[in-house]
Structure formats: C-alpha cells, structure tokens
Design a protein around this ligand. Sequence first.
Ligand SMILES: [Zn+2]
Length: 261
Amino acid sequence: MSLRLAAILFVAFLAGCAGPGGGLRMNTDHTAQGQDSRVQYIILHYTAGDSARSLKTLTEKQVSSHYLVDVDGTIYRLVDENRRAWHAGDSAWKGAGSLNAASIGIELVNKGFQEGANGRAWYPYPDRQIDALIELLKDIQTRHDVDPDQILGHSDVAPQRKLDPGPLFPWHKLAAAGLVNTPPRALIEHRLNQLQGQVPPAFWFQEELRRLGYTIDSTGEFDRATINVIAAFQMRHRPARADGQPDLETAAWIMSLPAPR
Ligand SMILES: [Zn+2]
C-alpha cells in the first residue's frame, strides 16, 4: 500500500467515525429515560386525483406526506418518518395545533367526489388499498405507540376546510383490525334509549365534540362551523348520513365514546 493510499484510507476512517455534526465528537454511552416518539398522530387523507397526478403533486409541490398508498396496494415512502411532511396544514386536535410537527401523514390515491344531478358521488376505496393501509398502520402504531384515538382523518383535525378521507373511508375495517376504537352497537342502542327521543341542544353537541378532541366554539347555535364539525364526526363514525344535521343517533354515538386520554 502506498503512503498516499494509506493516508486516504485513514481520512476515510476518521470520517466514518464522525458524529452527526460532521467532525463533532460526542460520547453516546448514556441514554436518557425521559423520551418518547415524536409521532403522536397519524392523519389520513385522500389525494383527490389519480395515481400519476397524486405522485407528481406529492413529490413536486409544497404539499407532501410520509406515505402514499395506491389503489393496487403499492406503498410509496416519500418523506422519512423522522422528518416533517406538509400534509395537515392549519389543524388541531384536543387543543394541540400545527399537527405536521407531531404526526405521520398518509395519503390514499382516491378522487374524492364528483358533483352530480343527485348530489355528491364519492369514490370508494378498493380492498387491496385498505389492506395495505392496515398493514402500514399496524407497523407505524407498533413502532411509535400511537394512541387509537389519535389515528385521525384530515376532516377531524381541520373540519372547517377538509372532507378527506370522506364518508366512504372504511373506518370500521380499521376498528376490526384493532387500530381504532368503536363502541359496541348495544351501547349505542342503550344511549338511544336514554335520550328518549330528545335531540340535545347545540351547547351539548359543542361541549361533547370538544371533549372528544374536535375544535369547536360554544356558540349555542347550530351554526355553519358546528354543522361542519358534526359532519366530520358523522363521516368518521356514522357515515350513512353525514350531512352535519344533529340527530338522535349522532348524539347516541357521541355519548358512547369515552373521553380520549
Ligand atoms: Zn388531506
């Protein structure tokens, strides 16, 4: 070995030993007990476009997500989990805002909806896509210990601006896979009986939806902002009718859900 080659190899060896700061040396023999994952939320979206357009938008524009799940079940990783993706925008849950910093964003290729003569027609999610999403969610939840109540739709954390992942997103399949909580039907029936045909007033809906994590003001009116939050709740839990109108079944669902941790 020439002296010159030896010198090059020695420099390469030193570079290999360098810490994250470039030449900065540090002792990593000790690890602190007080730490947890940066990831506290997983937020689900639809892309409102086809596969090619979704991939192009998420890689070439300002908007981004950690993962994109295609209709055939292909999972693209676009942003490292240790880094922040720009998917949630102005968002909040349980009083915490700017959720990009503490979340993993997953986009699903889905065109959203089309306005027609009979109202909005929503695009369904193929089984293969949802099966892939469930495997991805299990993996993320295991690694980051994300609370089931903090796997959320974009519409949950930005109900005044967003409708995704929409009323055809199969939350019940996530519940069946043990990823999110859902109350037993018998409890909802019991709560329906307790309501005795009386739909609670606006104040009640506002207080209870805030207890569950939604951002909502106590105006005492079923105003537009309140209707939007009720619609977000319905899309998530009672998607058969998600028009934002307060009704008995929605109230019974709200009463059946425990306050999040
Ligand atoms: Zn979204």
